[in-house]
Design a protein around this ligand. Structure first.
Ligand code: SAH
Ligand code: SF4
Ligand code: F3S
Length: 451
Protein backbone atom coordinates (compact mmCIF):
# COMPACT_ATOMS: atom_id res chain seq x y z
CA UNK A 1 0.00 0.00 0.00
CA UNK A 2 1.49 3.36 -1.02
CA UNK A 3 1.62 5.99 1.70
CA UNK A 4 0.58 9.57 0.94
CA UNK A 5 1.46 12.66 2.95
CA UNK A 6 -0.69 15.72 2.21
CA UNK A 7 0.20 19.25 3.31
CA UNK A 8 -2.33 22.05 2.98
CA UNK A 9 -1.78 25.81 2.78
CA UNK A 10 -4.36 28.56 2.21
CA UNK A 11 -8.01 29.01 2.95
CA UNK A 12 -10.83 26.72 4.02
CA UNK A 13 -11.55 25.88 0.38
CA UNK A 14 -8.13 24.28 0.17
CA UNK A 15 -8.70 22.45 3.45
CA UNK A 16 -11.97 21.19 2.04
CA UNK A 17 -10.35 20.11 -1.26
CA UNK A 18 -7.66 18.30 0.73
CA UNK A 19 -10.34 16.46 2.68
CA UNK A 20 -11.84 15.27 -0.60
CA UNK A 21 -8.39 14.25 -1.85
CA UNK A 22 -7.72 12.23 1.33
CA UNK A 23 -11.14 10.60 1.09
CA UNK A 24 -10.69 9.68 -2.58
CA UNK A 25 -7.20 8.32 -2.02
CA UNK A 26 -8.29 6.20 0.95
CA UNK A 27 -11.12 4.76 -1.15
CA UNK A 28 -8.65 3.91 -3.92
CA UNK A 29 -6.37 1.94 -1.59
CA UNK A 30 -3.73 4.53 -0.66
CA UNK A 31 -2.79 5.00 2.98
CA UNK A 32 -2.71 8.57 4.34
CA UNK A 33 0.21 9.24 6.67
CA UNK A 34 1.17 12.12 8.95
CA UNK A 35 4.87 11.24 8.54
CA UNK A 36 6.28 13.03 5.52
CA UNK A 37 9.60 11.17 5.90
CA UNK A 38 7.84 7.83 5.44
CA UNK A 39 5.62 8.80 2.52
CA UNK A 40 5.90 7.38 -1.00
CA UNK A 41 3.93 10.35 -2.30
CA UNK A 42 4.03 13.93 -0.98
CA UNK A 43 1.22 16.23 -2.09
CA UNK A 44 1.28 19.97 -1.45
CA UNK A 45 -2.01 21.83 -1.75
CA UNK A 46 -0.89 25.37 -2.44
CA UNK A 47 -2.06 28.96 -1.96
CA UNK A 48 -1.18 31.90 -4.15
CA UNK A 49 -2.94 34.75 -2.41
CA UNK A 50 0.26 36.51 -1.33
CA UNK A 51 3.86 36.00 -2.38
CA UNK A 52 4.76 34.56 1.03
CA UNK A 53 2.06 31.90 0.71
CA UNK A 54 3.39 30.89 -2.69
CA UNK A 55 6.93 30.80 -1.35
CA UNK A 56 6.00 27.98 1.02
CA UNK A 57 5.79 25.60 -1.94
CA UNK A 58 9.35 26.37 -3.03
CA UNK A 59 10.68 25.95 0.52
CA UNK A 60 8.84 22.68 0.99
CA UNK A 61 9.98 21.04 -2.26
CA UNK A 62 13.55 22.22 -1.63
CA UNK A 63 13.47 20.61 1.80
CA UNK A 64 12.22 17.29 0.44
CA UNK A 65 14.88 17.30 -2.29
CA UNK A 66 17.67 17.90 0.19
CA UNK A 67 16.41 15.55 2.90
CA UNK A 68 18.85 12.85 1.80
CA UNK A 69 16.25 10.09 1.49
CA UNK A 70 15.06 8.55 -1.82
CA UNK A 71 12.87 11.17 -3.43
CA UNK A 72 9.16 10.48 -3.05
CA UNK A 73 6.66 11.30 -5.80
CA UNK A 74 5.98 15.02 -5.36
CA UNK A 75 2.68 16.54 -6.48
CA UNK A 76 1.55 20.16 -6.50
CA UNK A 77 -2.17 20.83 -6.12
CA UNK A 78 -4.29 23.92 -5.60
CA UNK A 79 -4.01 27.55 -6.60
CA UNK A 80 -0.31 27.73 -7.55
CA UNK A 81 -0.77 24.55 -9.61
CA UNK A 82 -3.77 26.07 -11.41
CA UNK A 83 -1.99 29.34 -12.17
CA UNK A 84 1.42 28.01 -13.13
CA UNK A 85 0.53 24.71 -14.80
CA UNK A 86 3.42 22.97 -16.53
CA UNK A 87 5.81 25.90 -16.02
CA UNK A 88 6.19 24.53 -12.48
CA UNK A 89 8.26 21.63 -13.83
CA UNK A 90 10.77 24.17 -15.12
CA UNK A 91 10.61 26.44 -12.09
CA UNK A 92 11.06 23.76 -9.44
CA UNK A 93 13.16 20.66 -9.77
CA UNK A 94 11.71 17.43 -8.38
CA UNK A 95 8.00 17.86 -9.15
CA UNK A 96 6.20 14.89 -10.70
CA UNK A 97 2.61 16.05 -11.09
CA UNK A 98 0.55 19.23 -11.20
CA UNK A 99 -3.17 19.13 -10.47
CA UNK A 100 -5.33 22.28 -10.51
CA UNK A 101 -8.10 23.42 -8.19
CA UNK A 102 -10.91 21.65 -10.03
CA UNK A 103 -9.10 18.48 -11.00
CA UNK A 104 -8.54 17.15 -7.47
CA UNK A 105 -11.21 14.47 -7.96
CA UNK A 106 -8.86 12.74 -10.43
CA UNK A 107 -5.84 12.72 -8.12
CA UNK A 108 -5.67 8.96 -7.62
CA UNK A 109 -5.52 8.32 -11.40
CA UNK A 110 -2.79 10.92 -11.80
CA UNK A 111 -0.69 9.43 -8.98
CA UNK A 112 -1.14 5.97 -10.45
CA UNK A 113 0.08 7.18 -13.85
CA UNK A 114 3.22 8.63 -12.24
CA UNK A 115 3.80 5.39 -10.33
CA UNK A 116 3.46 3.57 -13.67
CA UNK A 117 6.30 5.69 -15.05
CA UNK A 118 4.57 8.52 -16.91
CA UNK A 119 6.26 11.91 -16.61
CA UNK A 120 5.20 15.55 -16.56
CA UNK A 121 1.50 15.03 -15.90
CA UNK A 122 -0.60 18.21 -15.67
CA UNK A 123 -4.35 18.23 -15.08
CA UNK A 124 -5.91 21.69 -14.98
CA UNK A 125 -9.29 20.48 -16.21
CA UNK A 126 -12.77 21.07 -14.91
CA UNK A 127 -14.58 19.12 -12.20
CA UNK A 128 -15.95 15.77 -13.34
CA UNK A 129 -19.68 15.92 -14.17
CA UNK A 130 -20.29 13.41 -11.38
CA UNK A 131 -17.87 15.05 -8.91
CA UNK A 132 -18.91 13.88 -5.47
CA UNK A 133 -19.66 17.04 -3.51
CA UNK A 134 -21.16 15.12 -0.62
CA UNK A 135 -18.79 15.84 2.25
CA UNK A 136 -20.56 13.71 4.82
CA UNK A 137 -18.17 10.79 4.42
CA UNK A 138 -15.00 12.88 4.09
CA UNK A 139 -11.77 12.35 6.03
CA UNK A 140 -12.09 15.55 8.01
CA UNK A 141 -9.73 17.74 10.01
CA UNK A 142 -12.06 17.16 12.97
CA UNK A 143 -14.81 14.59 13.67
CA UNK A 144 -16.98 17.34 15.16
CA UNK A 145 -16.44 20.29 12.81
CA UNK A 146 -17.02 20.05 9.06
CA UNK A 147 -16.51 22.43 6.14
CA UNK A 148 -19.33 22.33 3.62
CA UNK A 149 -18.61 24.13 0.31
CA UNK A 150 -21.71 25.95 -0.96
CA UNK A 151 -20.18 28.19 -3.64
CA UNK A 152 -16.92 27.85 -5.53
CA UNK A 153 -14.92 30.49 -7.34
CA UNK A 154 -15.28 34.25 -7.42
CA UNK A 155 -16.73 36.78 -9.88
CA UNK A 156 -15.72 39.91 -7.99
CA UNK A 157 -12.24 40.58 -9.40
CA UNK A 158 -11.04 42.86 -6.62
CA UNK A 159 -8.03 44.40 -8.32
CA UNK A 160 -5.39 42.94 -5.97
CA UNK A 161 -6.75 39.40 -5.84
CA UNK A 162 -5.62 36.24 -7.62
CA UNK A 163 -8.53 34.06 -6.47
CA UNK A 164 -10.84 34.67 -9.49
CA UNK A 165 -7.96 33.42 -11.67
CA UNK A 166 -7.09 30.38 -9.58
CA UNK A 167 -10.63 29.36 -8.73
CA UNK A 168 -12.64 30.48 -11.76
CA UNK A 169 -16.21 31.72 -11.89
CA UNK A 170 -18.78 31.36 -9.13
CA UNK A 171 -20.69 28.10 -9.13
CA UNK A 172 -23.31 27.48 -6.45
CA UNK A 173 -24.00 23.94 -5.31
CA UNK A 174 -27.58 22.64 -5.22
CA UNK A 175 -29.26 23.42 -1.91
CA UNK A 176 -30.84 19.98 -1.71
CA UNK A 177 -27.35 18.37 -1.85
CA UNK A 178 -26.03 20.69 0.84
CA UNK A 179 -28.96 19.89 3.11
CA UNK A 180 -28.58 16.15 2.53
CA UNK A 181 -24.87 16.35 3.43
CA UNK A 182 -25.63 18.28 6.61
CA UNK A 183 -28.31 15.79 7.66
CA UNK A 184 -25.90 12.90 7.15
CA UNK A 185 -23.16 14.69 9.06
CA UNK A 186 -25.51 15.38 11.92
CA UNK A 187 -26.35 11.69 12.11
CA UNK A 188 -22.64 10.81 12.19
CA UNK A 189 -21.91 13.08 15.16
CA UNK A 190 -20.77 16.36 13.55
CA UNK A 191 -21.69 19.24 15.87
CA UNK A 192 -20.66 22.28 13.87
CA UNK A 193 -20.64 22.97 10.16
CA UNK A 194 -19.08 25.87 8.30
CA UNK A 195 -20.77 26.78 5.04
CA UNK A 196 -17.80 27.91 3.00
CA UNK A 197 -17.08 29.85 -0.17
CA UNK A 198 -15.07 32.91 -1.23
CA UNK A 199 -18.32 34.84 -0.97
CA UNK A 200 -21.07 32.80 0.63
CA UNK A 201 -23.67 35.52 0.36
CA UNK A 202 -23.37 35.52 -3.43
CA UNK A 203 -24.93 32.03 -3.30
CA UNK A 204 -27.25 31.60 -6.30
CA UNK A 205 -28.18 28.00 -7.13
CA UNK A 206 -29.70 27.09 -10.49
CA UNK A 207 -32.88 25.79 -8.93
CA UNK A 208 -34.93 26.47 -5.84
CA UNK A 209 -34.97 22.81 -4.90
CA UNK A 210 -34.46 22.48 -1.16
CA UNK A 211 -35.18 26.14 -0.46
CA UNK A 212 -38.94 26.06 -1.01
CA UNK A 213 -40.92 27.55 1.83
CA UNK A 214 -37.94 29.26 3.47
CA UNK A 215 -38.21 33.00 3.95
CA UNK A 216 -35.62 35.60 2.93
CA UNK A 217 -34.82 38.13 0.21
CA UNK A 218 -31.62 36.40 -0.92
CA UNK A 219 -31.01 32.70 -1.69
CA UNK A 220 -28.23 32.66 0.92
CA UNK A 221 -30.50 33.68 3.78
CA UNK A 222 -33.01 31.07 2.66
CA UNK A 223 -30.25 28.49 2.61
CA UNK A 224 -29.27 29.51 6.15
CA UNK A 225 -32.83 28.90 7.31
CA UNK A 226 -33.03 25.59 5.43
CA UNK A 227 -29.75 24.38 6.97
CA UNK A 228 -30.92 25.59 10.37
CA UNK A 229 -34.00 23.37 9.98
CA UNK A 230 -31.77 20.26 9.78
CA UNK A 231 -31.33 20.68 13.54
CA UNK A 232 -27.52 20.51 13.39
CA UNK A 233 -26.20 22.11 16.56
CA UNK A 234 -24.07 24.94 15.18
CA UNK A 235 -23.85 26.61 11.78
CA UNK A 236 -21.14 29.11 10.88
CA UNK A 237 -20.44 30.62 7.45
CA UNK A 238 -17.44 32.21 5.85
CA UNK A 239 -16.58 34.53 4.00
CA UNK A 240 -19.16 37.30 3.57
CA UNK A 241 -18.71 39.89 0.82
CA UNK A 242 -19.79 43.31 2.18
CA UNK A 243 -21.61 44.50 -0.96
CA UNK A 244 -23.83 41.39 -1.01
CA UNK A 245 -24.27 41.19 2.75
CA UNK A 246 -27.95 41.97 3.26
CA UNK A 247 -30.12 42.52 6.34
CA UNK A 248 -31.96 39.24 5.80
CA UNK A 249 -28.82 37.34 6.87
CA UNK A 250 -28.84 39.08 10.25
CA UNK A 251 -32.61 38.52 10.52
CA UNK A 252 -32.05 34.79 10.01
CA UNK A 253 -29.35 34.75 12.72
CA UNK A 254 -31.71 36.59 15.07
CA UNK A 255 -34.42 34.00 14.57
CA UNK A 256 -32.43 30.75 14.65
CA UNK A 257 -30.32 29.85 17.66
CA UNK A 258 -28.20 27.32 15.73
CA UNK A 259 -27.04 30.01 13.28
CA UNK A 260 -23.96 31.16 15.18
CA UNK A 261 -23.32 34.74 16.25
CA UNK A 262 -20.18 35.33 14.19
CA UNK A 263 -19.75 37.16 10.86
CA UNK A 264 -16.47 37.53 8.97
CA UNK A 265 -16.88 40.67 6.86
CA UNK A 266 -13.59 41.71 5.20
CA UNK A 267 -13.43 45.49 4.77
CA UNK A 268 -9.90 45.71 3.24
CA UNK A 269 -9.64 49.50 3.71
CA UNK A 270 -11.41 52.41 5.40
CA UNK A 271 -10.62 54.86 2.58
CA UNK A 272 -13.23 55.26 -0.15
CA UNK A 273 -10.53 56.20 -2.62
CA UNK A 274 -8.61 52.99 -1.96
CA UNK A 275 -11.80 50.91 -1.89
CA UNK A 276 -12.55 52.35 -5.34
CA UNK A 277 -9.09 51.43 -6.62
CA UNK A 278 -9.61 47.95 -5.18
CA UNK A 279 -13.04 47.74 -6.91
CA UNK A 280 -14.62 46.38 -3.77
CA UNK A 281 -18.09 47.74 -4.54
CA UNK A 282 -18.62 49.20 -1.08
CA UNK A 283 -17.77 52.46 0.66
CA UNK A 284 -16.80 53.01 4.27
CA UNK A 285 -20.27 54.47 4.86
CA UNK A 286 -22.16 51.55 3.32
CA UNK A 287 -19.94 49.16 5.28
CA UNK A 288 -20.55 50.99 8.54
CA UNK A 289 -24.30 50.69 7.99
CA UNK A 290 -23.91 46.90 7.84
CA UNK A 291 -21.86 47.01 11.04
CA UNK A 292 -24.63 49.10 12.68
CA UNK A 293 -27.26 46.58 11.64
CA UNK A 294 -25.16 43.69 12.96
CA UNK A 295 -24.71 45.58 16.23
CA UNK A 296 -28.46 46.08 16.55
CA UNK A 297 -28.91 42.32 16.80
CA UNK A 298 -29.84 40.99 20.24
CA UNK A 299 -27.45 38.07 19.62
CA UNK A 300 -24.16 39.95 20.35
CA UNK A 301 -22.70 39.03 16.97
CA UNK A 302 -18.92 38.86 16.90
CA UNK A 303 -17.52 40.60 13.80
CA UNK A 304 -14.12 39.86 12.28
CA UNK A 305 -12.41 41.24 9.18
CA UNK A 306 -9.48 41.24 6.75
CA UNK A 307 -7.52 44.40 5.94
CA UNK A 308 -4.79 45.16 3.41
CA UNK A 309 -2.29 47.91 4.18
CA UNK A 310 -0.06 49.57 1.60
CA UNK A 311 -2.26 49.11 -1.47
CA UNK A 312 -0.80 51.04 -4.47
CA UNK A 313 -1.40 54.75 -3.96
CA UNK A 314 -2.49 54.43 -0.32
CA UNK A 315 -1.52 57.71 1.37
CA UNK A 316 -1.07 58.44 5.06
CA UNK A 317 -4.55 60.02 4.99
CA UNK A 318 -6.09 56.91 3.41
CA UNK A 319 -4.43 54.78 6.05
CA UNK A 320 -5.83 57.00 8.82
CA UNK A 321 -9.33 56.27 7.49
CA UNK A 322 -8.60 52.56 7.95
CA UNK A 323 -7.49 53.08 11.57
CA UNK A 324 -10.68 55.08 12.18
CA UNK A 325 -12.81 52.36 10.67
CA UNK A 326 -11.18 49.71 12.86
CA UNK A 327 -11.95 51.86 15.89
CA UNK A 328 -15.55 52.33 14.74
CA UNK A 329 -16.23 48.69 13.95
CA UNK A 330 -14.89 47.15 17.17
CA UNK A 331 -13.78 43.88 15.63
CA UNK A 332 -13.34 40.77 17.75
CA UNK A 333 -10.40 39.97 15.45
CA UNK A 334 -8.80 41.41 12.32
CA UNK A 335 -6.40 39.72 9.91
CA UNK A 336 -4.06 42.37 8.59
CA UNK A 337 -1.97 41.84 5.45
CA UNK A 338 0.66 43.89 3.69
CA UNK A 339 -0.27 44.35 0.05
CA UNK A 340 1.50 41.77 -2.10
CA UNK A 341 1.47 42.31 -5.89
CA UNK A 342 0.14 39.23 -7.68
CA UNK A 343 1.11 38.80 -11.33
CA UNK A 344 -1.94 38.75 -13.60
CA UNK A 345 -4.14 40.91 -11.36
CA UNK A 346 -5.16 44.45 -12.40
CA UNK A 347 -3.32 45.99 -9.42
CA UNK A 348 -0.09 44.35 -10.57
CA UNK A 349 0.28 47.03 -13.23
CA UNK A 350 -0.31 49.82 -10.70
CA UNK A 351 2.73 51.44 -9.14
CA UNK A 352 3.47 49.55 -5.90
CA UNK A 353 4.57 52.87 -4.43
CA UNK A 354 4.22 52.30 -0.69
CA UNK A 355 7.70 51.32 0.45
CA UNK A 356 8.24 48.05 2.34
CA UNK A 357 9.20 50.08 5.45
CA UNK A 358 6.00 52.12 5.21
CA UNK A 359 3.95 48.95 4.78
CA UNK A 360 5.56 47.52 7.90
CA UNK A 361 4.94 50.74 9.86
CA UNK A 362 1.29 50.82 8.83
CA UNK A 363 0.91 47.13 9.59
CA UNK A 364 2.28 47.61 13.11
CA UNK A 365 0.27 50.76 13.76
CA UNK A 366 -2.94 49.11 12.65
CA UNK A 367 -2.16 46.00 14.65
CA UNK A 368 -1.69 48.13 17.76
CA UNK A 369 -4.96 49.99 17.16
CA UNK A 370 -6.79 46.72 16.59
CA UNK A 371 -5.27 45.09 19.66
CA UNK A 372 -6.35 48.00 21.83
CA UNK A 373 -9.87 48.00 20.48
CA UNK A 374 -10.03 44.19 20.61
CA UNK A 375 -8.93 44.05 24.26
CA UNK A 376 -11.63 46.53 25.16
CA UNK A 377 -14.25 44.65 23.20
CA UNK A 378 -13.36 41.21 24.42
CA UNK A 379 -13.77 42.36 28.03
CA UNK A 380 -17.50 42.10 27.50
CA UNK A 381 -17.13 38.32 27.63
CA UNK A 382 -15.73 38.32 31.18
CA UNK A 383 -18.26 36.79 33.56
CA UNK A 384 -20.37 35.56 30.62
CA UNK A 385 -21.16 31.92 29.93
CA UNK A 386 -20.22 30.81 26.41
CA UNK A 387 -21.18 27.52 24.80
CA UNK A 388 -17.91 25.87 23.78
CA UNK A 389 -17.54 22.93 21.42
CA UNK A 390 -14.58 21.10 22.96
CA UNK A 391 -12.29 20.09 20.10
CA UNK A 392 -8.94 19.03 21.56
CA UNK A 393 -6.55 19.03 24.45
CA UNK A 394 -4.80 22.36 24.78
CA UNK A 395 -1.26 22.43 23.45
CA UNK A 396 1.29 21.70 26.21
CA UNK A 397 -1.38 21.80 28.94
CA UNK A 398 -2.49 18.32 29.83
CA UNK A 399 -5.36 19.29 32.08
CA UNK A 400 -6.68 21.92 29.69
CA UNK A 401 -9.02 21.52 26.78
CA UNK A 402 -9.67 23.90 23.94
CA UNK A 403 -12.53 24.65 21.61
CA UNK A 404 -14.53 27.39 19.92
CA UNK A 405 -17.48 29.37 21.18
CA UNK A 406 -20.52 30.07 19.01
CA UNK A 407 -18.96 33.54 18.43
CA UNK A 408 -15.87 31.70 17.12
CA UNK A 409 -13.45 32.62 19.88
CA UNK A 410 -10.88 30.08 20.95
CA UNK A 411 -11.70 29.19 24.57
CA UNK A 412 -9.41 27.21 26.86
CA UNK A 413 -10.41 25.83 30.26
CA UNK A 414 -9.39 23.18 32.77
CA UNK A 415 -11.16 19.94 32.06
CA UNK A 416 -10.60 16.29 31.15
CA UNK A 417 -10.07 14.97 27.62
CA UNK A 418 -13.38 13.09 27.92
CA UNK A 419 -15.12 16.39 27.21
CA UNK A 420 -13.80 16.40 23.64
CA UNK A 421 -16.72 16.36 21.22
CA UNK A 422 -19.24 17.81 23.66
CA UNK A 423 -20.62 21.32 23.94
CA UNK A 424 -20.02 22.80 27.40
CA UNK A 425 -20.99 25.99 29.12
CA UNK A 426 -17.85 27.87 30.12
CA UNK A 427 -17.74 31.01 32.30
CA UNK A 428 -15.11 33.40 30.91
CA UNK A 429 -12.59 34.64 33.49
CA UNK A 430 -9.75 36.04 31.40
CA UNK A 431 -9.05 37.64 28.02
CA UNK A 432 -5.76 36.63 26.40
CA UNK A 433 -4.31 38.08 23.20
CA UNK A 434 -5.89 35.57 20.82
CA UNK A 435 -8.13 33.52 23.06
CA UNK A 436 -10.36 33.49 26.11
CA UNK A 437 -9.88 31.52 29.29
CA UNK A 438 -12.65 30.28 31.53
CA UNK A 439 -13.96 27.63 33.84
CA UNK A 440 -16.50 24.94 33.33
CA UNK A 441 -19.85 26.12 34.68
CA UNK A 442 -21.22 24.34 37.70
CA UNK A 443 -24.14 22.69 35.94
CA UNK A 444 -21.74 21.15 33.37
CA UNK A 445 -19.45 20.03 36.20
CA UNK A 446 -22.37 18.43 38.02
CA UNK A 447 -23.44 16.61 34.87
CA UNK A 448 -19.89 15.29 34.56
CA UNK A 449 -19.75 14.54 38.29
CA UNK A 450 -16.51 16.45 38.45
CA UNK A 451 -17.17 18.26 41.68
N1 SAH B 1 -13.10 36.08 -0.46
C1 SAH B 1 -12.64 36.70 0.65
C2 SAH B 1 -11.18 36.39 1.00
C3 SAH B 1 -10.17 36.27 -0.08
S1 SAH B 1 -8.49 36.00 0.29
C4 SAH B 1 -12.96 38.16 0.50
O1 SAH B 1 -13.47 38.58 -0.48
O2 SAH B 1 -12.70 38.94 1.36
C5 SAH B 1 -8.29 36.42 1.98
C6 SAH B 1 -7.72 37.76 2.25
O3 SAH B 1 -6.42 37.88 1.74
C7 SAH B 1 -8.46 38.90 1.63
O4 SAH B 1 -9.59 39.26 2.35
C8 SAH B 1 -7.43 40.00 1.60
O5 SAH B 1 -7.44 40.74 2.79
C9 SAH B 1 -6.12 39.23 1.52
N2 SAH B 1 -5.49 39.39 0.19
C10 SAH B 1 -5.96 38.96 -0.99
N3 SAH B 1 -5.11 39.32 -1.99
C11 SAH B 1 -4.07 39.97 -1.40
C12 SAH B 1 -2.89 40.59 -1.89
N4 SAH B 1 -2.60 40.62 -3.18
N5 SAH B 1 -2.06 41.18 -0.99
C13 SAH B 1 -2.34 41.16 0.33
N6 SAH B 1 -3.44 40.61 0.84
C14 SAH B 1 -4.32 40.01 0.00
FE1 SF4 C 1 -10.62 37.99 -3.92
FE2 SF4 C 1 -12.35 39.96 -3.91
FE3 SF4 C 1 -13.08 37.54 -4.72
FE4 SF4 C 1 -12.56 37.97 -2.16
S1 SF4 C 1 -14.21 38.92 -3.36
S2 SF4 C 1 -11.88 36.24 -3.37
S3 SF4 C 1 -10.92 39.44 -2.22
S4 SF4 C 1 -11.65 38.87 -5.74
FE1 F3S D 1 -5.15 30.83 -1.32
FE2 F3S D 1 -6.40 29.76 -3.31
FE3 F3S D 1 -7.62 30.01 -1.00
S1 F3S D 1 -5.07 31.48 -3.44
S2 F3S D 1 -6.69 31.85 -0.16
S3 F3S D 1 -5.87 28.75 -1.39
S4 F3S D 1 -8.54 30.22 -3.00
Amino acid sequence: MKKVYLETFGCQMNVSDSERVATTLAKKGFEMTLREDQADVVLINTCSVREKAEQKLYTQVGRIRHSGRPKPVVGVLGCVAQLEGETLFKKIEGIDLVVGTKAVGRISDVIQRVLDGEEGIVDLGEREKDYDWNVSDAQRHSPYVAFVPIIEGCNKFCTYCIVPFSRGREVSLPASEIIRSVLEMRRSGVKEIHLIGQNVNSYRPESDSGLEGFEGATPFSRLLRAVSATGIERIKFNTSFPRDFKADIVDAINEHENLCNWVHLPVQSGSDRVLGLMKRGHTSESYKKKIDYLRSSPRDISITTDIIVGFPGETGEDFKRTVELVEYAGYDAAYIFKYSPRPGTPAYSMDDDVSPEEKTDRFLELETAQRKSQNERLKRYIGKDLEVLVEKQAVRMEMQVSGHSTCHKVVNFNGPAELIGSIEKVRITEVKSNSLFGELCNDSKAAMQLC
